[in-house]
Design a protein around this ligand. Structure first.
Ligand code: FRU
Length: 493
């Protein structure tokens, strides 16, 4: 496997240009972000700068597994069509020689700042995490600060673990800046709060929120519909019913309010209960909407593009508009999705007794909305169906439990040795005789929004067959069916 002697932005971009044409794209998503070559994990630095959305990624261009992290970069004017801008940060300094880990962006006038975790060996050889900053005037070429690392192990409180001190989330606050950092001590995980007036000199203010699993990675923090919301990824959080069902890694949102330097928590819940959703970041769109994008994969998985040697692994969710309704997170695909609509079909009503397929309702890339009403017994929808292969979406109106089962897919997603990867995900909804669903299907993924966006499940699923069939099973009535095929040619540059 190719590995350069020295990492650099130019070297990485040269490698990508040479290698990209030989990447096997058959399983690549049509309208979800993936890199031209290699591996991506967390979305980073999601921001709006000089008239464009910028999305960066945790990136290993050289192979389709996690390794020494770079930052890759796309831009978009509409959240649906993305242009690959190349590598923004490479681990080319002594202080980030073991990786440029996750972080966020701050826009100050004509300058874009990226704050990221720089990983390197400490003087005693222990690999530690500190924080660095890079800036750009054109949003493409970034220069790292000579003052890096700008937040060091000495900025930790005395009980802070220097090996787990990462993922800076910067946000404006009262004319200055606040920064949350994931950290842990011997007892628990927590978010630490820092303040600065210039993004370079930081002062530790205290523990913002603690008792957050073993280690709460990738904080995001924003104000939404009257509350402060902290989104963070909980490691080894004990499962509670159907909450936090993903084993080692679950994404939670905490609602509450900021009081001085701490966060007063009101509620804690899962963001997306599918198998493949992690490390989301949000941006405030110019029109005031809060938009969220997550990594559409999970630690510990081996997906078909990896084990079939296709030269890529990892994708991002489609951008979602988020809001709080009665204190609960509501998620929907951004309305810009309509810009991808091709052939459309609407149907007011259809009875299901046994098995039903609808003329014209099939495809690989689509946006399907419908309500299933008149439900008194379990009802199933088969998605990505081709013969015996399908993903089963099943709802039990008595219990309110919605499940998504990908175990019949021809190309399984395997668990890495010693890890967990589930084929069935569960979402607890309020029991009732009707179910509103919104489904986004791409080549190798399904994003399901249930109950008008009050629940979400995202999972990768790799069909061997056509993956195009949709059928309805049980007894009920389909209402307000709206189906649109998506035009995906060239939308991901
Ligand atoms: C989360 C994470 C981050 C870290 C990054 C490294 O998925 O572990 O905490 O910064 O991935 O790639």
């Amino acid at each position: 496997m190719y590995q350069p002697d020295r990492y650099s932005v130019e070297g990485a971009n040269r490698f990508i240009a040479e290698k990209a044409p030989s990447v096997n794209a058959v399983m690549k998503p049509g309208f979800h972000l993936t890199a031209p070559t290699g591996w991506i994990n967390d979305p980073n630095g999601f921001c709006y700068f000089q008239g464009k959305y910028h999305m960066f990624c945790q990136y290993n261009p050289y192979h389709s597994r996690w390794d020494t992290m770079h930052w890759g970069h796309w831009t978009s004017t509409d959240l649906i069509r993305w242009t690959w801008e190349g590598v923004a940060l490479a681990p080319d300094q002594p202080y980030d020689c073991m990786g440029c880990f996750s972080g966020t962006a701050a826009v100050v006038g004509d300058t874009l700042h990226l704050l990221y975790t720089c990983v390197h060996p400490d003087t005693d050889g222990v690999v530690i995490q500190e924080q660095a900053i890079a800036t750009s005037q054109d949003g493409i070429y970034f220069v790292k600060s000579p003052l890096n690392p700008v937040l060091r192990k000495n900025d930790l409180p005395p009980d802070g673990e220097r090996r787990d001190f990462r993922d800076p989330r910067v946000y404006p606050d009262q004319g200055g800046w606040r920064l949350l950092l994931a950290n842990k001590n011997e007892r628990c995980g927590r978010q630490l709060l820092y303040e600065s007036s210039d993004l370079i000199h930081w002062t530790y203010r205290g523990v913002f929120l603690q008792e957050l699993s073993e280690m709460p990675e990738c904080p995001d923090f924003f104000h939404l519909d009257g509350k402060d919301v902290l989104v963070t990824c909980l490691m080894n959080q004990p499962r509670e019913g159907y909450r936090f069902q993903n084993g080692h890694h679950d994404v939670a949102y905490v609602t509450g309010r900021t009081e001085g330097v701490s966060f007063v928590q009101e509620s804690l819940d899962s963001v997306d209960l599918g198998q493949d959703f992690y490390a989301p970041q949000t941006v405030l769109a110019p029109d005031g909407r809060r938009i969220m994008v997550g990594w559409m994969m999970m630690w510990g998985e081996a997906t078909p593009p990896l084990y079939l040697d296709h030269g890529w692994q990892g994708a991002y969710t489609f951008p979602r508009e988020i809001s709080l309704q009665d204190g609960k997170l509501c998620q929907r695909p951004v309305r810009e999705i309509q810009g991808l609509y091709g052939r459309q079909l609407c149907l007011e009503r259809a009875d299901v007794k046994g098995c039903l397929q609808l003329e014209g309702v099939s495809g690989q890339h689509y946006h399907l909305r419908l309500t299933v009403g008149d439900l008194y017994e379990p009802f199933s929808i088969h998605l990505k169906e081709d013969g015996a292969e399908y993903v089963e979406l099943r709802y039990d109106p008595q219990t309110g439990l919605l499940s998504m089962d990908r175990s019949r897919m021809g190309h399984p997603v395997y668990a890495q040795p010693g890890e967990e990867a589930h084929d069935v995900s569960y979402l607890q909804l309020v029991p009732g005789h009707s179910l509103a669903l919104e489904i986004l299907s791409d080549t190798c993924s399904l994003e399901v929004f249930a109950g008008h966006g009050m629940g979400a499940m995202t999972s990768l699923c790799f069909p061997k067959g056509t993956g195009t069939g949709i059928s309805f099973h049980g007894k009920g009535e389909l209402q307000h069916v709206s189906f649109a095929l998506l035009e995906t040619k060239g939308v991901i540059g």
